[in-house]
Write a protein that binds this ligand. Structure first.
Ligand SMILES: Cc1cc2nc3c(=O)[nH]c(=O)nc-3n(C[C@H](O)[C@H](O)[C@H](O)COP(=O)(O)OP(=O)(O)OC[C@H]3O[C@@H](n4cnc5c(N)ncnc54)[C@H](O)[C@@H]3O)c2cc1C
Length: 493
């Protein structure tokens, strides 16, 4: 049986382990952090339990495909979100609940966008067509090279071409009049870690997956149940993870890597290796590839960095929905300037999960566990985070005013994780939260490949390789990398 070592235990690494094991590979994982999950991790503190980063996901059917392929039972229970989320505007103080049911959604917008029902149907029909015309053809595909990718793109109906040129913001502006609807629909661009002004309109397909296709799901008992469930399945199959193990270098013979070497000089040998660490960072730091040197990576487009805050509150907050966005009154200016640290973080835009609303075990009785995510500039644009406490207080004051609770007086536990934490703990370039951005020149065959350029037994899975970022994409990525491995090694079945 061939031996495979997976470097990193993020969702992409865990899913690849189970897919390979089912195909007869002997699999072992090494991980630099103290527990599995990568960014899909957990923080326990002062009696509160928080999911470290992801709080919900779309395209739940990708998990179904994965468990069918790995032949394991679904290791967690989905909770469908309804409403999907709510959005509050600072100036008008109005909150909109976002429903999948389009009649209910139209009701939310009846005063600001009277033609909403007609406009959204047109918008979603176009987004849905694009999704179905590209999902199997492009997103679920391994490409041999750029020519193969471009030839495949040529098979996408020409009518979609303008979506490659327009921005997401232009797309919503073509369909809707009100600032509220335009801003709310374009929030999905932030899920890609970018802003609607610099995200191509083709990602309006996310509006379709959000509002029509599959909505959003979280997990009963918290998102970390996904990881616990997968690790339990791995144990049954004899797949172990060695923690506190950071790969630093490697040895090779000809075009094959013979071993990766950790911080203690221990050699990890195998027939093949799958790298779940960031595919661009690993090629830079460990593989020392010139085409991925730091100056080159710095010139690429990276997704926004996370500034996250985990709060234990000594009272219930019925005012706070399960998932909410808090927007200001200068959306376009903010979106344009936030990346490059050209705007003050005194009145930031942020996202809040009231963790204990759906998951009561996350907080003691009559308490609330609250997670806040504020997208901020990465470490290229803001190096000093000594003001983290101040930024956290700005958010607490703002949120408190907006839900009518003096939050400062009720915080009994507070943890702030600024971009340097994300860079160091999970090896993310300059603390960028979601890896390489999804511009046209950084997706498909233009994204770092899931197959190494120099060594034929080294493969990659996860956010900065194909197809892209987010939990469903990590699952698709594991499918694509296993297909690549089978192309090289043949099926063991
Ligand atoms: C704040 C935040 C919020 C998010 N919210 C959502 C959300 O709501 N929904 C959603 O779908 N997605 C969300 N995402 C994105 C999602 O978390 C990621 O796309 C996904 O978890 C990435 O999985 P991955 O397989 O690429 O691996 P990662 O999670 O990046 O794991 C890679 C692993 O490799 C390890 N590693 C790195 N270098 C080495 C080395 N040299 N040696 C050994 N180990 C190494 C790391 O420690 C890490 O554990 C969010 C991300 C962030 C940061």
């Amino acid at each position: 049986m061939p031996n495979a070592i997976i470097i990193g235990s993020g969702l992409g690494g865990l899913a690849t382990a189970l897919r390979l094991s089912k195909r007869g590979y002997n699999v072992h994982l090494v991980e630099q952090y103290h527990q599995a999950g990568g960014r899909l991790n957990q923080l326990k503190k002062d009696g509160f339990t928080f999911d470290l980063a992801p709080s919900f996901f779309s395209m739940s059917f990708e998990f179904q495909e994965f468990v069918n392929d790995a032949q394991i039972p679904m290791p967690f229970e989905f909770v469908e979100l309804d409403p999907l989320y709510s959005v509050n505007f600072r100036d008008t103080k109005k909150t909109y609940k976002i429903y999948k049911n389009l009649d209910k959604l139209a009701g939310e917008f009846k005063t600001v966008e009277p033609n909403f029902r007609k406009n959204i149907e047109k918008y979603l029909a176009s987004a849905g067509k694009f999704y179905h015309d590209t999902n199997e053809l492009v997103i679920h595909k391994n490409f041999k090279n750029i020519a193969h990718y471009l030839l495949t793109l040529a098979r996408v109906p020409m009518g979609h071409a303008p979506k490659m040129i327009r921005s997401f913001w232009d797309e919503v502006t073509r369909h809707f009049d009100s600032r509220e609807v335009k801003e709310i629909l374009s929030l999905v661009a932030f899920f890609l870690g970018a802003t609607p002004l610099d995200t191509p309109a083709l990602y309006s397909l996310l509006s379709y997956t959000e509002l029509v296709h599959d909505g959003y799901h979280s997990v009963k008992g918290g998102m970390y149940k996904i990881v616990e469930g997968l690790v339990a399945e791995m144990k049954k199959q004899g797949i172990d993870i060695t923690y506190h193990t950071s790969i630093e270098t490697f040895e090779h013979k000809g075009d094959k890597v013979t071993a990766f070497i950790d911080q203690n000089g221990k050699k990890w040998s195998a027939d093949l290796f799958v790298v779940n660490a960031d595919a661009a960072v690993f090629r830079n730091k460990i593989m020392k590839k010139k085409s991925f040197r730091t100056e080159k990576l710095d010139k690429q487009k990276w997704t926004l960095a996370p500034f996250t805050m985990y709060l234990g509150i000594d009272k219930k907050l019925p005012e706070l929905e399960h998932h909410s966005y808090f927007l200001g009154d200068n959306f376009e200016e903010y979106a344009e300037k936030i990346f490059k640290n050209n705007i003050s973080l005194k009145k930031p835009y942020y996202y809040v999960t009231n963790v204990s609303k759906n998951n009561t075990e996350a907080a003691p009785e009559n308490h609330e566990a609250v997670f806040i995510l504020c997208p901020v500039p990465d470490l290229r644009f803001k190096t000093n985070w000594d003001d983290s406490e101040e930024i956290g207080n700005n958010i607490l004051t703002d949120l408190g005013e907006r839900i009518g609770v003096d939050l400062h007086a009720h915080v009994v536990s507070k943890t702030i994780l600024p971009p340097p934490y994300w860079e160091k703990s999970f090896g993310l370039h300059r603390g960028s939260g979601l890896g390489l951005a999804h511009d046209l020149n950084q997706i498909g065959a233009f994204r770092p490949s899931n197959k190494d350029e120099d060594f034929k037994n080294v493969f990659y899975v996860g956010s900065s390789t194909v197809p892209g970022t987010g939990l469903p994409m990590a699952i698709i990525s594991s499918k694509l990398v296993v297909e690549r491995i089978e192309q090289t090694y043949g099926s063991l079945h």
